[in-house]
Design a protein around this ligand. Structure first.
Ligand SMILES: NC(=O)c1ccc[n+]([C@@H]2O[C@H](COP(=O)([O-])OP(=O)(O)OC[C@H]3O[C@@H](n4cnc5c(N)ncnc54)[C@H](O)[C@@H]3O)[C@@H](O)[C@H]2O)c1
Length: 258
């Protein structure tokens, strides 16, 4: 039986993945602010330490997969704290517990919002590992309604670049651990409930997030791709973000990635 840790595991995409893994007969350790197996705030140093301690206890010191999926989409500094620094603390803090797995895997949930305009200074501070500086920059952006919306996309662009930088290194590829992400388009979860509530809101959202293939999706669609990323079958994907976005990436970036 495999043991998989999922942050944000009690809601939306994380819950859909947790249910899928349980049905397949494997064990899930959910992590969230409350109502999970491990209840911690991933924006704080204490929460990140408690995460590692409690997962070690609950797993007996051996896990097979980590899914850093917890996230916040609000125009506030805490969005950087959980989406970027919390995700890295999860992946790096729990990586030693993968050492005894015969098929260790790691994945995270980024977003097609990584393709939206972002704040270069904030992305650079994240990638430099300067959490204090990044939070201060995010506070500045949050103070102005014109720029607060840049925080989410910046957190997701930074984490997508971080995956690409570290996945091929000795710690991850060298430890036989595929590290990859999914980049969802709009998914029906509590995070987007207000944004998808009315026809007018949905139309406005589709202008920012074009999804010509099948439109908005249920959480299970993304959960199924994460399930593959952490499965035994995934042996060679390294540092990739798989866009599960109904076509946003293809529409927005076109040829530019190649
Ligand atoms: N819903 C979408 O359209 C969409 C699109 C692209 C990416 N995503 C990403 O998918 C991931 C899952 O989001 P979802 O849509 O399932 O939303 P959700 O709100 O249903 O789930 C997110 C979970 O993360 C938890 N969380 C937030 N801050 C936390 C913290 N500080 N510490 C611990 N847990 C915390 C929340 O409590 C919640 O249970 C997020 O990273 C989100 O950015 C969502």
């Amino acid at each position: 039986m495999r043991t998989i840790v999922i942050t944000g595991g009690i809601s939306g995409i994380g819950k859909a993945l947790a249910d899928t893994i349980r049905v397949a007969g494997d064990k899930v350790i959910t992590v969230d602010l409350k109502d999970a197996d491990v209840n911690v705030d991933l924006t704080t140093a204490e929460g990140r330490e408690a995460l590692v301690e409690q997962v070690r206890e609950l797993s007996g010191g051996k896990i097979d997969g980590i899914v850093a999926n917890a996230g916040l989409a609000a125009p506030v500094a805490a969005t950087i704290g959980v989406n970027y620094f919390g995700a890295i603390a999860t992946l790096e803090g729990l990586r030693p517990l993968l050492a005894d797995s015969d098929a260790p895997r790691a994945a995270l949930t980024t977003s097609m919002a990584s393709l939206h305009p972002n704040d270069e200074k904030l992305v650079d501070l994240c990638l430099a590992g300067d959490e204090e500086g990044a939070l201060a920059r995010a506070e500045e952006l949050a103070a102005d309604p014109q720029t607060g919306g840049l925080i989410y996309g910046s957190s997701k662009a930074a984490i997508a670049r971080w995956i690409r930088r570290v996945a091929p290194t000795a710690e991850w590829a060298g430890g036989n651990i595929p590290l990859n992400g999914v980049g969802p388009g709009v998914v029906f979860t509590p995070m987007t409930a207000d944004l998808t509530a009315t026809q007018e809101a949905r139309e406005g959202l589709l202008e920012m997030v074009p999804m010509p293939l099948n439109g908005f999706m249920e959480a299970q669609v993304v959960a199924d791709v994460l399930d593959f990323l952490i499965s035994r079958k995934n042996t060679h994907l390294c540092g990739q973000v798989i866009f599960v976005d109904g076509g946003s990436d293809a529409v927005i970036r076109g040829d530019s990635t190649w």
